[in-house]
Design a protein around this ligand. Structure first.
Ligand SMILES: CC(C)(COP(=O)(O)OP(=O)(O)OC[C@H]1O[C@@H](n2cnc3c(N)ncnc32)[C@H](O)[C@@H]1OP(=O)(O)O)[C@@H](O)C(=O)NCCC(=O)NCCS
Length: 202
C-alpha cells in the first residue's frame, strides 16, 4: 500500500532545521547501518560548497492529511575519478530515512523517484549510493564491481559490497570510463585508518 504523501523541497518544509535533525536522528535509531551522526552529516553536506547542486536536492515527505513529517532525503555533489585522473560529476544519494511507523508503504521509493527525476531533469549522468543492494537494486542501482568502480580510502574493500551506482541516462554515458575509477564516499567526513573505515550509509 502506498501512503499518501506530499513531497516538498526542504526549503518549503513546514519544520525547523532542528526539528528535521531530530526526525533524522530518530529515524536512523533503528537502522542496520548507522553511527548516530546522520543529522550532522546532513548539515555538513547541505552547507559544503563543494557538495552543492544547482537544482532541488533535498526533499521531505509529508503525510497528505496531517502534514506530519514522514521522510527525508538529501542529494549532494560527488565525483568519480577515472583511471586517467579525470573527474566525472556524480550525485550522492545520502542519507535517506522514513519514519519507523510509516515504512514499507512506498515513501522511501517516492523520495528516491523524486531524486532520480530531478537529477535527470538536470542532465546528471550518474548517481552513487552506499546502502543495501537488496533495497537499491529495485531502482536500477548496480554494484560498483559491475562497472569496475572502486572506493577511495577503503583498502580492505569493506564498503564495496554496499557501493552502488546508477546510470541516469539510457544508454549509460561512457560506462567504460568507470572501469578502475574511484569514488570518494568518505569525503573527509569519516574517520578512517589503514584497515577499516566508518561511514554512514544512505
Ligand atoms: C530504507 C528506508 C528509507 C526505506 O523506506 P520505506 O518507505 O520503508 O521504503 P519503501 O516502502 O519504498 O520500500 C520498502 C521495502 O524495502 C525493503 N527494505 C527497506 N530497507 C531495506 C534494506 N536495508 N535492505 C533490504 N530491503 C529493505 C522493505 O523490506 C520493503 O520491502 P517490500 O517492498 O518487499 O515490503 C527506511 O527503511 C528507513 O528509513 N530505514 C532507516 C534508515 C536507513 O537505514 N536508511 C538507509 C537504508 S540503506
Amino acid at each position: 500500500m502506498t501512503q499518501s504523501v506530499r513531497i516538498l523541497d526542504y526549503i518549503h518544509a513546514p519544520c525547523t532545521g532542528a526539528e528535521l535533525a531530530a526526525f533524522i536522528t530518530e529515524a536512523f535509531a533503528t537502522a542496520v547501518h548507522k553511527d548516530g551522526t546522520e543529522a550532522e552529516l546532513v548539515h555538513r553536506l547541505r552547507n559544503d560548497p563543494a557538495r552543492a547542486l544547482q537544482f532541488p536536492n533535498e526533499f521531505v515527505a509529508l503525510d497528505e492529511e496531517t502534514q506530519e513529517l514522514v521522510g527525508h532525503v538529501l542529494l549532494s555533489r560527488t565525483t568519480i575519478t577515472t583511471a586517467y585522473g579525470d573527474e566525472i560529476g556524480a550525485v550522492l544519494l545520502a542519507p535517506i530515512c522514513v519514519k519507523q511507523e510509516r515504512r514499507s508503504r512506498g515513501i522511501g521509493s517516492v523520495l528516491i523517484e523524486e531524486c532520480l527525476r530531478q537529477c535527470r531533469l538536470a542532465n546528471e549522468k550518474w548517481m552513487v549510493v552506499l546502502g543495501d543492494p537488496a533495497y537499491y537494486g529495485r531502482f536500477g542501482f548496480r554494484l560498483f564491481a559491475e562497472y569496475g568502480l572502486t572506493v577511495e580510502g577503503d583498502p580492505a574493500g569493506e564498503l564495496l559490497p554496499y557501493s552502488q551506482v546508477l546510470a541516469l541516462t539510457d544508454p549509460a554515458e561512457k560506462p567504460e570510463l568507470l572501469d578502475k575509477a574511484r569514488v570518494d564516499f568518505l569525503m573527509g567526513y569519516a574517520e578512517s585508518d589503514s584497515s577499516s573505515v566508518t561511514v554512514t550509509m544512505a
